[in-house]
Design a protein. Structure first.
Lengths: 105, 417
């Protein structure tokens, strides 16, 4: 079972065992990790599950056009920005370290 | 609260669907729109209407279908406009809500910082202070109009702050907002004509052009919208394109104005209609943020958004032609029980409370959504500190409008602790 380390903006860390098949967003919601709002429930249509993938054991799937159009509007978008609802926990991605933004909007 | 039935409207359940005008603003005025849209969701979720005051149009009424359409910006364009009525080409102002990519993104990015949560934090204590003052000034033991003294008052103040607008003429902001959305084709003939509206648009342009020139290049530290536009290289010359300048100004004036205003009023109505929920939030104010989302869902301050088909396409088995008008009925999505259980009831802590359609979806999702939520949260925090009761003394007067869902009058009495 992959381990995800969430790091809140203020540095608080949460390390959780993540169920394969859940999205990173769903894992955050399940373990009450603050900093992800997930307004649309995982459809890549709100942008409020924005996160920064600091590290992953394996490669991440490519960003598709819908995710890109939402990420492109995040004022705090970085090179490692992803919508956490579009990242499925899996053994091929493995353990991850995910930083959370100061705000979602 | 009991809502008057309108006997002159065709029965939505027995009349053949093709004989009904889905866009009739009177159903919103009399708050009897719900059964028609429920029937559409069940029987004709992608429904073509050949004739209406705004011409032919498709109605999309299911939540999931609306999400699907909003994701597909290539086929379902936001140009030339995003409400059901078509402005004539010479009177079209350009606002990024009615643009597609890439131009939309460039403009939205320039303007977004005005409502970024960091900026909202700066505004919050000022908003709280003004909210408290407005609530403290309310009379006790006599009926007053919540719409005027609270909703319109506070949202106008907020807008004036966002624009760093001259405080003494701030009432113009809400007057202008109302004027721009009062197209007679959306209000069954009531309200201003297109000529009236054009005159007002000219006044808006004159005032904001003057404000631009007065403050361009000044080094006042401010996050107001005009200075933000001036200081971003992509929009620094916006004043030279008056229709675009006006368009973006009007977008923020309208978008930030009657929507929040009508949700501020709606909350009072819903808490009166669902008194158990009122009791719960009074007993536990940590429910306020969740209640705010539920208020916005239940009010759905803009009943629809519109897209225009760019090329012949098939959607859910229906053939749409290039140029067809597609209306996304947010009000219907927010009552769609296949997505929102018991959608017709107001439940302040329902699960998934933030997953509603009132802000739309995708790249055009409401930019001011956190600002709206913040204003509503502060109003309810401050109101519940002060008032043991906020009682509607008679049914409110609703707007006769098929785009803006709101209230022109809400008679209320408050009781202080």
């Amino acid at each position: 079972m992959p381990v995800i380390k969430f790091i809140e903006f203020d540095g608080t860390e949460h390390e959780v065992d993540a169920d394969a098949g859940m999205s990173v967003m769903e894992v955050a919601m399940k373990y009450d990790v603050p900093g992800i709002d997930a307004d649309c429930g995982g459809g890549a249509v709100c942008g409020t599950c924005h996160c920064f993938v600091e590290e992953s054991a394996g490669p991440l799937p490519a960003v598709d056009p819908q995710e890109e159009s939402m990420l492109g509007l995040r004022p705090d978008r970085e090179g490692n920005s992803r919508l956490s609802c579009q990242l499925q926990v899996s053994d091929s991605i493995g353990d991850m370290t995910v930083k959370l933004p100061e705000f979602q909007m | 609260m009991n809502h008057r039935a309108e006997p002159m409207l065709a029965d939505p359940l027995t009349t053949p669907l093709e004989a009904l005008d889905v866009s009739d603003p009177k159903r919103f005025e009399y708050d009897c729109w719900q059964p028609l849209f429920k029937r559409l969701r069940e029987e004709s979720p992608v429904h073509f209407q050949a004739e209406s005051p705004a011409g032919p149009f498709w109605s999309i009424t299911r939540f999931d279908d609306i999400v699907e359409v909003e994701k597909n910006t290539e086929i379902f364009s936001s140009e030339p406009t995003i409400a059901i009525v078509d402005p004539p080409p010479e009177r079209r102002s350009r606002m990024f809500i009615a643009m597609d990519q890439p131009e939309h993104d460039v403009q939205r990015r320039a303007v977004q910082p005005v409502v970024a949560p960091k900026n909202l934090q700066e505004f919050e204590s000022l908003i709280r202070k003004r909210t408290g003052e407005a609530l403290d000034a309310l009379p006790e033991g006599e009926t007053f109009d919540w719409v005027e003294l609270v909703s319109r008052n506070l949202t106008t103040q907020m807008l004036a702050t966002l624009f760093d607008f001259p405080w003494d003429i701030r009432h113009k902001l809400s007057d202008w907002s109302d004027a721009v959305t009062s197209d007679e084709r959306m209000t069954a003939g009531q309200g201003l004509t297109q000529e009236d509206r054009l005159e007002i648009v000219m006044e808006i342009l004159e005032v904001f052009t003057r404000l631009w020139h007065e403050r361009v290049g000044d080094d006042v530290e401010s996050f107001d919208l005009i200075r933000l536009m001036q200081r971003d290289e992509n929009t620094a010359n916006m004043v030279d394109d008056p229709m675009n300048y006006i368009g973006n100004l009007m977008l923020l004036i309208v978008g930030g104005n009657d929507t929040t205003r009508n949700s501020m009023s709606g909350g009072v109505l819903f808490l009166n209609d669902f008194p158990e929920e009122f009791a719960r939030v009074k007993a536990d104010r940590s429910l306020i943020p969740s209640m705010v989302s539920e208020i916005i869902r239940f009010q759905t301050p803009l009943s629809h958004m519109r897209r225009t088909v760019t090329r012949d396409t098939e959607f859910r088995g229906q053939h749409m032609k290039a140029g067809d008008k597609v209306i996304l009925w947010y009000c219907s999505a927010n009552r769609d029980e296949s997505v929102i259980p018991e959608a017709e009831t107001f439940q302040i802590d329902r699960s998934g409370v933030r997953n509603h359609a009132a802000f739309g979806f995708g790249i055009h999702r409401c930019m001011g959504n956190r600002l709206a939520e913040m204003q509503l949260r502060v109003v309810w925090e401050e109101a519940l500190k002060r008032f043991s009761d906020i009682r509607m003394v008679e049914p409110p007067t609703r707007l006769c409008h098929n785009f803006v869902r709101g209230f022109s009058r809400m008679p209320v009495q408050v009781t202080r602790y």
